[in-house]
Design a protein. Structure first.
Ligand SMILES: NC(=O)c1ccc[n+]([C@@H]2O[C@H](COP(=O)([O-])OP(=O)(O)OC[C@H]3O[C@@H](n4cnc5c(N)ncnc54)[C@H](OP(=O)(O)O)[C@@H]3O)[C@@H](O)[C@H]2O)c1
Length: 288
């Protein structure tokens, strides 16, 4: 069986649909804490809660390959959830685990605060003896839509990213890579950076927004404190603002500029550029 965790989420759903283009639906099992949410996927479903180690062993039963998608609430609880999943996979005798990590997660100096969650999960996988492959994702192109519409409306894209570039990848492209690996196997023991075709700075994104919308947008650099204060002022809880600003710092310091050919080489598709992604989302950019 090919077992897909987090199948109710955006990445998991798309991975299952790509997978069904490659393998028989009878080989696929999708997981969620609430299986009713994924009844429409057209594959068998099982309940799986990363907080419930015993239930996870049952969820992973008969898995030749398993996609472990990182859960969505960063912090120490997430490390425990992922560690539970790794232990359960080992107990269930899973043949090959794919884990969605982040670029340069393995380096302790990485200032992105969530890097530690991925680093500890990667460590648990290494210590488990499980055959595994790390899909170290860049930031999703979709993340640019949190700030881009406001930047188009105000004419200013302000951030603490400075001149740092980010190799934004479309979630769809990550799903294509995950589905190819689940269907075809291979790449055991490899660490795969899953990124877009080029890294872009915020000045370049401002120029793309200008081009795509016809409205002038310029880049304005912020300090880390200014970025945090701005996000809090707009209603973001302070811990979330600090976490978000830590990504800005990581970009500014060059931790997110990784670019690879994995989407094309393994996913078998031309990777979406951030310019192409923003052009495809023009309606959302000019909605404000
Ligand atoms: N690279 C990036 O820029 C970026 C951005 C955002 C997020 N991410 C990471 O990428 C992951 C996938 O992204 P996405 O957009 O697909 O996220 P999403 O739509 O929010 O989906 C999150 C998934 O996590 C599952 N989940 C959460 N807690 C769980 C638990 N205790 N046990 C089992 N499953 C649990 C959810 O399943 P149920 O609720 O159905 O159980 C859901 O399917 C995220 O979870 C996050 O770790 C990366």
């Amino acid at each position: 069986m090919i077992v897909v965790g987090g199948a109710s989420g955006r990445l998991g759903r798309r991975t299952v649909s790509f997978l069904l283009e490659r393998v028989d639906a009878a080989r696929v099992v999708a997981l969620s804490r609430t299986p009713e949410k994924i009844a429409d996927l057209g594959v068998a479903t099982r309940p799986a809660d990363f907080n419930d180690p015993n239930g996870l062993v049952r969820a992973f039963d008969w898995a030749e390959r398993l996609l472990l998608i990182s859960t969505d609430v960063p912090g120490p609880g997430r490390i425990q959830q992922h560690t539970n999943a790794v232990r359960a996979a080992a107990e269930a005798g899973v043949g090959h685990v794919l884990y969605t990590s982040m670029v340069r997660a393995g380096e302790p100096d990485n200032p992105a605060v969530i890097a530690v969650d991925h680093r500890e999960t990667e460590r648990a996988l290494a210590e488990s003896g499980l055959t595994h492959t790390l899909l170290r994702e860049s930031l999703y192109c979709e993340m640019t839509l949190f700030t881009a519409p406001g930047a188009v409306a105000s004419g200013v894209l302000a951030s603490n990213r400075g001149d740092g570039a980010t190799g934004y990848v479309a979630r769809e492209d990550v799903a294509a890579v995950a589905a190819a690996l689940l269907a075809d196997g291979g790449h055991e023991g490899e660490l795969l950076d899953v990124t877009g075709p080029a890294a872009a700075t915020d000045s370049e994104i401002a120029a793309i927004l200008t081009e795509v919308t016809g409205r002038p947008v310029r880049y304005q650099p912020l300090t880390d404190d200014e970025a945090i204060a701005g996000m809090v002022e707009r209603g973001m809880p302070e811990p979330v603002a600090r976490s978000s600003a830590s990504f800005g710092k990581a970009a500014r310091e060059g931790w997110l500029d990784v670019v690879s050919d994995v989407v094309e080489r393994i996913g078998g598709r031309e990777p979406t550029s951030v310019a192409g992604f923003l052009a495809a989302n023009r309606t959302a950019l000019v909605a404000t």
